[in-house]
Every structure is written in structure tokens, then in C-alpha cells.
Design a protein around this ligand. Structure first.
Ligand SMILES: *[C@@H]1O[C@H](CO)[C@@H](O)[C@H](O)[C@H]1NC(C)=O
Ligand SMILES: *[C@@H]1O[C@H](CO)[C@@H](O)[C@H](O)[C@H]1NC(C)=O
Length: 266
């Protein structure tokens, strides 16, 4: 979630999520998002989407509220918001589509050790390609990997050589963490995890302040996953790096009408 090149500093921009679509008049109708703070500019977007957005704006004029500081270790935190009308435009899946909406935060999903391990896995994959701009993605499910100004299917592109990059143990850890995210979403939103299915896209994302070369690099625009993807009922983000320690800028922002609510990833 980077960019906006006006700054000379190398801070990634912030990841903004809009709580409501433009046509709505009522405030704070964000959809559901499970937001999992954890550790690098690598973000796993599991379940139902990931999206990120950062702006390089550093103005202090904005009304900002911090939902979780980097210095805190959050066991579980839930901020309920009215459910968005955006859900009315899509199929309702009983037992899955949220009836209670909000933003859930936790630092208790994975250990630092696991974060480092999964981060190294992502780095090995991204090292095979990478965007010429500031935002690269790696999707282990579809094989999508940023490469220059486009994407390749790494499984097809590299063939058997991929087996030397990721081991079965890597995939096992990935599946295990994915499963934990699923259970955490189910618990936070009061649904059964068996009614929750992984949808796409689901990917690792690495962002820095290199200027965008294509629109795919422009991760910083405010966005609404339910509108962009339709299939997402919940979005989760798992940070693999720490705000203020591993990177500057790059906070996660829920854009509400009266204030921007930020999360400082750790
Ligand atoms: C939230 O941040 C955006 C820019 O990132 C700004 O345009 C908007 O005015 C801010 N909202 C509030 C309520 O301060
Ligand atoms: C961003 O990451 C890419 C890929 O690792 C690297 O080539 C580039 O130099 C980085 N840019 C900055 C400003 O750190």
C-alpha cells in the first residue's frame, strides 16, 4: 500500500478503506472486516479479500482516531458498525453474510516466529518476480505473481522449479494460518466457520514507495471490498511487519464520515 510520490521520504502511503460507498448518506456503514494486525509490508489477504490503500498524505488537519497503537498488544478488540447497504446488492448467504458488522483486531493470531517464517516464504516467492512499481502481489492459490508491469502464473512460468522454492511444510503453515484466520472471523462475527469459504483474491502483498508504473501499483486509493469484489463478505489482513519499526507510513485507515480510524500494524 504505497505511494504518492510527493514526499521525499520513503514512507509507504496508508492503506485506506472506505467505510461507506459514496452513494450512501449514513456514516460509518462499513462492512465487515476482520483486521488482523500482525507483523512487514507483506500483507496476507486471506478470506474474502484484501485491499489496501494508503495515501502519502501527512497532513495533520484530519480528524484521526487510533483503534490500536503499535505499542499495544491486542488480544481481541471489536468495533461494531452498522451494516452497509452494499450487502443488499449481492446475494445473501445465510449463516455467512454478516448480520453483525464491525472491525475486529487481534495480535494473538500467530507468533512472531510464525510471522517471520511466513514472511520469508512470501519473500522467496516475490523474489521470482515483483512489480516495477511499488506494489507486488503473490497469490499461492492461483499462482499470480507480479512481474514487471504485468502478472504471470508462477506455477506455469517456473514449472517444477517452484518445488525448490516452497516446501510442503511451507504450504502446511500457510494453510494452518489461513485456518486460524477463518476461525477468528467466525468467532468475532458469531457465525460457524463451516459457513465461511475462502474467496479470491487472496494474496501476499509487498509495498514500498517506488513510484507506481501501472494502476495495479496504486494501492492507496480508498476502496470498498464489497463493491470491488462482490464475493467478499469479510476481509482480513494479516500484517507481517511492524509499523514504526519495519516501515513508516502504511497505517491502515478506515475512513468514516467524522474521522479516519487508523490501525498501526504490528
Ligand atoms: C481522512 O483522510 C482523508 C485523506 O487521507 C481526508 O481527505 C479526509 O478529510 C479525512 N477525514 C477526516 C474526517 O478527517
Ligand atoms: C521497492 O522494492 C523493490 C523490490 O524489492 C526494490 O527494487 C525497490 O528499490 C524498492 N524501492 C524503495 C524505494 O525501497
Amino acid at each position: 500500500m504505497p505511494v504518492q510520490k510527493r514526499n521525499k521520504t520513503v514512507e509507504p502511503a496508508e492503506n485506506k478503506k472506505r467505510g461507506t460507498s459514496v452513494k450512501k448518506s449514513s456514516p460509518q456503514q462499513d462492512s465487515q472486516r476482520l483486521w488482523l494486525k500482525v507483523v512487514l509490508p507483506i500483507i496476507t489477504a486471506a478470506f474474502f479479500g484484501l485491499f489496501v490503500l494508503w495515501s502519502s498524505s501527512t497532513s495533520e488537519d484530519f480528524v484521526t482516531e487510533v483503534l490500536a497503537h503499535q505499542s499495544e498488544t491486542v488480544q481481541e478488540r471489536f468495533f461494531e458498525v452498522p451494516c452497509s447497504e452494499d450487502y443488499d446488492n449481492h446475494k445473501i448467504f445465510a449463516g455467512c453474510t454478516p448480520t453483525k458488522c464491525g472491525r475486529a483486531l487481534t495480535d494473538a493470531l500467530i507468533t512472531n516466529e510464525e510471522a517471520k517464517t511466513i514472511q520469508r516464504l512470501a519473500e522467496r516467492g516475490l523474489a521470482l518476480g515483483g512489480s516495477n512499481g511499488g506494489a507486488s502481489i503473490l497469490d499461492l492459490h492461483s499462482g499470480a505473481l507480479s512481474m514487471g508491469t504485468h502478472f504471470v502464473n508462477m506455477y506455469r512460468y517456473f514449472g517444477d522449479a517452484i518445488k525448490d522454492i516452497f516446501s510442503e511444510k511451507d504450504f502446511q503453515l500457510y494453510r494452518d494460518i489461513r485456518q486460524r484466520i477463518q476461525l477468528a472471523i467466525a468467532k468475532s462475527f458469531g457465525i460457524s466457520s463451516s459457513n465461511l469459504y475462502l474467496t479470491k483474491p487472496t494474496f501476499f502483498s509487498r509495498m514500498n514507495s517506488t513510484a507506481a508504473k501501472t494502476t495495479h501499483d496504486e494501492y492507496w486509493h480508498p476502496h470498498i471490498d464489497k463493491v470491488t469484489y462482490g464475493s467478499f463478505d469479510y476481509t482480513s489482513l494479516l500484517y507481517l511487519s511492524d509499523y514504526a519499526r519495519d516501515f513508516g507510513g502504511g497505517r491502515f485507515v478506515f475512513m468514516d464520515e467524522g474521522a479516519n480510524k487508523t490501525v498501526e500494524p504490528r
